[in-house]
Design a protein around this ligand. Structure first.
Ligand code: MCA
Ligand code: AMP
Length: 479
């Protein structure tokens, strides 16, 4: 019989729920609500159906079936591969082949070729399962690198529990909170923090389907999660922003929150947002605190169990003086267990003495506050909070017969933080009239909608250095 705090989804402890620890509104998505006991019963019924699989793919649309598929798998100790619902053909084929998922759990995309295990909203089971060991992988989350197709980040149950508990401590997150967000359910932010966090701490969750200002304003929560694009859209809608003044904590993360958005949120809501920093590989490692200073442009202190350091290109220490910048390295109990099937890439991401190299450049001040300055590589773009590799988009563009050369950069964008811009050299005989639109659709259809370039510029050549490498900084400056 599972019990107490060692249970990953503590609020779903069957004995406690049977003894009356129920709530009527454990999870609401897009207006449909399940009580805690209904959620437990329906998810356990999923667990019974999925228990013999090892790894399953879940098409992570923002709906209750996705939550039941994930929770049922976790109850059974089965690993979930969340698949972005807007995945195009090439990305879908890659995720399925690379992850070795045995079946779709719930909805399957057309022609996806694997057996489908149904998820039924109205089925119930009260079977109990032992809590799987902490080292069991909970998720393989696909995330972009600078080159090549996305890699599978393996997150164990133990890492997730440690990561969530550190956030609960920093944010004072308890069952008294109602969590509100409308983020995608295939990343750490929306899925691990935004669903599992609520189920670990017993906070009712309201998922708004999409993270629109109006939906956030109407949700009447206490704890709100958003990426900077969401917050910058909220401050554009004064009435919606003001409706959040009764909340306890507004949390921003996944990309840099522009200082003017921070200030405007404070003006309109009376809340200085809590900023936190993380990665798919590390969960959340830095945050400002519910009971501490919140400084615009800074992401705060290491959360419980995390240590950080800065290193220069030679591996030498960089002083923590608030000004000097260096490569940010982290270690802590919430870090991933490696990239699935890629021992070399995994080894490359760690230093010899056991620190994870984030690839972000940061400064740390004397009080231990962190400021994220940017990425070491221009080839990793953050657009609307989504991580997109320039290389994967370039490969997709080069698949078009009219494209001779392609280079992709992230340009500053008020709404998205960075907007994906593709510079394309067409083949000599190509008709370029409709080429930009065709290429945008090609990327949306092959990779995913959120990886599509917002702009395609047709150019006669790309600036290259003496080694023949495209000079992306020159391109970005020209643009
Ligand atoms: C337009 N659309 C197209 C095309 N053009 N579709 C196909 N082909 C085209 N050529 C349509 C789509 O159908 C879709 O319509 C709509 O455009 C999508 O619009 P878009 O501008 O792409 O986005 P948005 O709807 O404005 O979304 C902004 C957003 C989103 C809501 C902020 O970017 C978002 O959800 N970001 C969150 C990312 C996130 O959670 N990251 C966490 C990872 P329709 O809408 O009708 O379908 S980071 C993480 O996990 C770490 C640990 C951390 O630190 O948190
Ligand atoms: P992902 O793996 O999609 O979660 O992307 C992780 C990357 O997002 C990090 O390496 C950072 O570059 C960026 N990031 C996440 N949170 C923040 C933040 N609060 N401020 C600045 N950058 C952030």
């Amino acid at each position: 019989m599972p019990s107490g705090p060692s249970l990953l989804l503590s609020s779903l402890n069957p004995a406690a729920v049977a003894a009356g620890a129920d709530i009527p509104d454990a999870v609401t998505i897009d207006g449909v609500t399940l009580s805690r006991s209904d959620l437990l019963g329906a998810a356990t019924s999923v667990a019974e159906r999925v228990a013999r699989a090892e790894r399953v793919a879940v098409l992570a649309r923002p709906n209750l079936r996705t939550v039941l598929a994930v929770v049922g798998s976790l109850i059974a100790g089965v690993t979930v591969v969340p698949v972005p619902p807007d995945s195009g053909a090439a990305e879908l084929a890659h995720i399925l082949a690379d992850s070795g998922a045995h079946a779709w759990l719930g909805e399957a995309p057309e022609g996806a070729g694997l057996p489908v295990i149904p998820v039924r909203l109205h089925a119930r089971s009260w079977h109990t399962y032992p809590e799987p060991p902490a080292r069991t992988p909970a998720f393989v989350l696909y995330t972009s690198g600078t080159t090549g197709p996305p890699k599978g980040v393996v997150l164990t149950r133990g890492a997730i529990a440690a990561g969530l508990d550190a956030l609960a401590e920093a944010w004072d997150w308890t069952s008294k909170d109602t969590l509100v967000h409308g983020l995608p359910l295939f990343h750490v932010h929306g899925l691990v923090l935004g669903v599992l966090g609520a189920l670990r701490f017993g906070s009712p969750l309201v998922h708004t389907g999409k993270p629109t200002p109006q939906a956030y304003a109407e949700a009447e929560g206490t704890l709100y999660f958003g990426v900077p694009t969401v917050w910058s859209r909220i401050v554009e809608d004064e009435a919606a922003a003001k409706a959040l003044s009764g909340a306890r904590l507004l949390v921003s993360g996944s990309a840099p929150l522009p200082v003017p958005v921070f200030e405007r949120l404070r003006e309109l809501t009376g809340h200085a947002p809590v900023e936190r920093y993380g990665m798919s590989e590390t969960m959340i490692t830095l945050s400002t605190r519910a009971d501490g200073e919140r400084r615009p442009g800074w992401v705060g202190l290491p959360v419980r169990g995390v240590e950080t350091r800065l290193r220069d290109e030679t591996g030498a220490p960089v002083p923590h003086d608030g000004e000097s910048i260096g490569g940010l390295q982290v270690r802590g109990p919430m870090l991933f267990a490696g990239y699935l099937g890629r021992p070399e890439a995994t080894a490359d991401s760690w230093t010899e003495d056991g620190w994870f190299k984030t690839g972000d450049v940061a400064a740390i001040d004397a009080e231990g506050f962190h400021r994220i300055v940017g990425r070491e590589s221009v080839d990793l773009i953050k657009s609307g909070g989504f991580r997109v590799g320039a290389g994967e988009v370039e490969t997709a563009l080069l698949g078009h017969p009219a494209v001779a050369e392609a280079a992709v950069v992230g340009m500053p964008d008020d709404d998205l933080g960075q907007r994906i811009v593709a510079f394309v050299v067409p083949r000599a005989d190509a008709d370029t009239a409709a080429l930009p639109e065709e290429l945008i659709d090609l990327v949306a259809g092959q990779l995913s909608v959120h990886k599509r370039p917002r702009e395609v510029r047709i150019v006669s050549s790309l600036p290259r250095n003496a080694m023949g490498k495209v000079q992306k900084k020159v391109l970005a400056a020209e643009a």
